[in-house]
Design a protein around this ligand. Sequence first.
Ligand code: HEC
Ligand code: HEC
Ligand code: HEC
Ligand code: HEC
Ligand code: HEC
Length: 269
Amino acid sequence: MKILHSLYGLIVLILFSLLLTGSLAVAAEETVCIQCHGGLDGHLGEPVAQWRTSVHAANGISCHDCHGGDPTDFEMAMSPERGFIGVPEYAGVPDFCGRCHVGVKEDYLASAHGQALEVGGPNCVTCHENHAIQLASIDLINENTCSMCHDYERAARVKNEISSTEASLTKLEASVAALHRVGIDTQRLKEELFASRNAFRRLFHTVNIEKIKSQTAQFDQDLSETKATISDYENRLGQRKLIGGVFVALLVLGGIVALLIRRTYQNKE
Ligand code: HEC
Ligand code: HEC
Ligand code: HEC
Ligand code: HEC
Ligand code: HEC
């Protein structure tokens, strides 16, 4: 009877801890927003699957970070009292996203696109989508998106201007990674490139071709210094390789000579 009693206690304990760890795991990522919307159909359920693929999901930005509300309370989740702000109007999107992307919002609002927001200009979602937002790149400048409202011609000019600097940034990043792999301290170079890349990526939202032209010229000049440092490293690395090569060759030669000398002695004996 006593054994049965403690067995019962054990089972309750196991069940209880399963429940506890289960609900803790849910609390960490599966908010009530995701649980409920994940089970809904159509336009109420789709955001969940789309969001899962996004750069926001990867960085822990969830439904309630954008829409507000209480992610821990099924009943009150979408109550305005708990900070739910719902879905923005078309012209409200830049403020909605700009709570976090402050610099981008500034550049955008000052641009021809931002100025035309109330009269047919694109908002953030037009170019980036709303839930399936991916890491940004110049591939976002494409015929599909950029010929919706005007001809593609001016978009292509912006893209051309940006691409060459983009390409040299990518190349420099690859060189720095290669230097890092052979044991050179690239921390400072990495930081420089990171800062350049960040400043450079802000440029697009101005969509001002003259501004982009003069700024890309400035970036190319800044990058040429970084480029010089990198090729300096690469040259020294080349020399090091050469010296190493010569050293190995001498060793091998020495070995052969020693072998020959030993042979001669052995033959004499
Ligand atoms: C118990 C289910 C349930 C939970 C929990 C829930 N939602 Fe909803 N949500 C709905 C339903 C049903 C609708 C559509 C009807 C409506 O707007 O009330 C909706 C609508 C929405 C809309 C569109 C509103 C509009 O004006 O078109 C957004 C955005 C939204 N939910 C976000 C959230 C967020 C963020 C959370 C968590 C903080 C959340 N939901 C939690 C069921 C839920
Ligand atoms: C990066 C910010 C962001 C995140 C994160 C986000 N949303 Fe949204 N959501 C938006 C925006 C912006 C809109 C308005 C859509 C538009 O303007 O096209 C929207 C619209 C909606 C709508 C209305 C769709 C319709 O067609 O009526 C629902 C429902 C919704 N979101 C639910 C969710 C749920 C659930 C999550 C979490 C899985 C989520 N959202 C995460 C930005 C976000
Ligand atoms: C006309 C299309 C368009 C609009 C409108 C637009 N973007 Fe972008 N966005 C882009 C493109 C293209 C890039 C990539 C630029 C690059 O890589 O050089 C980008 C890059 C970004 C980046 C990454 C660069 C960085 O500085 O961190 C963020 C974040 C971003 N956009 C957010 C927004 C937000 C928020 C809005 C609205 C206020 C917005 N975008 C409006 C096309 C657009
Ligand atoms: C609650 C804060 C928050 C809101 C609101 C928000 N984002 Fe983000 N967003 C982030 C964070 C954090 C990242 C990942 C880190 C980074 O790249 O800045 C990110 C990343 C991005 C990126 C990729 C940036 C890159 O480096 O390529 C884009 C594009 C973007 N967001 C667009 C948007 C758009 C469009 C909206 C509105 C629909 C929006 N975000 C709303 C916080 C937010
Ligand atoms: C939703 C409509 C819409 C979309 C989509 C759109 N644009 Fe625009 N664009 C405008 C409007 C409106 C203007 C300002 C009026 C004008 O010059 O026609 C403009 C102006 C421009 C200008 C001229 C800016 C200036 O200062 O003279 C450039 C460059 C440009 N867009 C590039 C792009 C690129 C690149 C894309 C795609 C990533 C894009 N646009 C997508 C509506 C749009």
